[in-house]
Write a protein that binds this ligand. Structure first.
Ligand code: AMP
Ligand code: MG
Length: 438
């Protein structure tokens, strides 16, 4: 790895630093200003699911492209059945039958009906469809018991979208609904930003692989599995690396190994407030391109973000602002704190928007709602708290066990309750912002 010159600004919370913690928003904008969306690629629809559009999708033709029936029934002239009544049905000869997909040129003669199926093209001369339920269902001749107004059960050409209309805008994530729209518009392939490739490493001498016998003094690594899962949930591809020990000489090579295949790197652990065991911080501080700082939040105060690789010191991406296959430009890196809940909250608040920005997506943040606290909530002064909670309708309950290592309560949470910096205590009944967890 090429190392850039030390900037001297790479550590905002050194022992003698008096730097104020960043606000959450200030740190978020530092991150987003360093992220350039990945280059678009043309993918077939099946492969594009979950990716983010890099182009607008417009209707190549009007949707639907022809007038058709919205029900099984009989195509008629409305004037022919205007006098129909239960006691005095109108009798019409059934001249033909049109099924969905039939491309024949049918013409309805006055005083006749044509049997028609849902989605079948309306014959020339017809201006309404009588649903089969309003008739005796006749084959050669039909008794119509109710009048149908002009346009009844007819789907007009362009009634869904006009030709040329923008159906999906660049920046939209292709969920199943949007896949339906693109396919309905006749698109075989779309230009999308591909799923970012994200390498995930956890560091710590105490970490053991789940499934191995536990030795007193050690814990099972949950962060690398959790963050890899968060990455996939955010629409990216995760490469989970095995645990990196607290060996200063091992951290950079482990990261370097990931550079060629990753658009983003995430580490957890090793960024606390100094000390020789904080190996991630120690190793990356040398490069001068990763800044460590405190963010005024809880959990998740110690944060690190910057770029590594690709010629070192730059804060910019490769040519054209994007990394080609095999990656040569600098890669953004997040160094998240090691406590699992801190790592989780940091991911949702900082990494998730960065992954979305790599995709050029417009859904940067978690969805938020306002809800009423069912119990009191506490928060340290001057820091924004993200409390694990259970959101149920318009009420939210803070869970017990809010320390950053308490992963059991994370497993019960479906939301993060946001307590503003200025508050230290909020009573039950107070209205709060709540982030809905994906
Ligand atoms: P650190 O940030 O390395 O000082 O770690 C802070 C706390 O998080 C310590 O209690 C670590 O044992 C714990 N921790 C660090 N990494 C992991 C991990 N991958 N899985 C679970 N806990 C971790
Ligand atoms: Mg550690």
């Amino acid at each position: 790895m090429t190392q850039g010159p030390a900037t001297g600004a790479a550590d905002a919370d050194g022992p003698q630093s008096t730097v104020e913690p960043s606000t959450v928003e200030a740190y978020q904008s530092v991150i987003l200003s360093a992220i350039t969306p990945l280059a678009p690629a043309r993918l077939e629809l099946a492969a594009a699911e979950g990716c983010v559009l890099a182009e607008d999708v417009t209707a190549a033709v009007a949707l639907p492209s022809f007038d058709n029936s919205s029900m099984d029934g009989y195509a008629v002239r409305a004037s022919d059945v205007a006098g129909a009544a239960q006691q005095a049905p109108v009798m019409l000869r059934v001249a033909a039958e049109i099924a969905a997909g039939d491309v024949g040129a049918y013409r309805l003669a006055p005083g006749t009906a044509i049997r028609i199926m849902t989605g079948a093209r309306l014959p020339a001369g017809a201006d309404a469809v009588v649903p089969v339920e309003w008739t005796d269902g006749g084959v050669a001749q039909v008794a119509v018991y109710q009048p149908a107004k002009p346009g009844n059960a007819v789907r007009y050409a362009g009634g869904d979208a006009a030709e040329g209309e923008t159906l999906l805008s660049a920046g939209t994530r292709l969920r199943p609904m949007q896949i339906a729209v693109a396919a309905s518009a006749g698109r075989k392939a779309v230009s999308v930003r591909p799923r970012p490739r994200v390498a995930v490493l956890s560091t710590g001498d105490e970490l053991m692989e789940p499934g191995t016998p536990l030795v007193p003094g050690r814990i099972w690594d949950s962060n690398s599995y959790m963050i890899a899962a968060c990455v996939r949930e955010a629409g990216a591809v995760a490469y989970r690396h095995s645990v990196v020990p607290d060996d200063p000489a091992g951290v950079l090579p482990a990261l370097e190994e990931q550079l060629s295949r990753a658009d983003l790197l995430i580490t957890t652990g090793g960024v606390s407030m100094g000390g020789e065991h904080d190996v991630v911080k120690a190793a990356l501080r040398e490069l001068g391109t990763v800044t460590f700082r405190k963010v005024a939040m809880q959990p998740g105060m110690p944060q690190g973000f910057g770029v590594i690789g690709g010629g070192g010191a730059g804060g910019t991406r490769g040519e054209g602002g994007t990394r080609g296959e095999g990656g040569t430009g600098p890669v953004p890196i997040f160094t998240l704190p090691g406590n699992p809940v801190s790592a989780y909250v940091s991911f949702q608040v900082f990494v998730r928007p960065a992954i979305a920005a790599l995709q050029g997506a417009d859904d940067l943040s978690l969805p938020a709602v306002r809800a009423t606290l069912t119990g009191p909530a506490r928060s340290p002064a001057g820091r924004r708290s993200y409390l694990r909670g259970v959101l149920d309708g318009s009420e939210v309950t803070p869970l017990s066990g809010q320390q950053s290592h308490q992963v059991a309560s994370l497993g019960r949470a479906n939301a993060l309750i946001v307590i503003p910096e200025r508050e230290t205590q909020l009573p039950a009944g107070h209205t709060v912002d709540v982030l809905i967890l994906p």
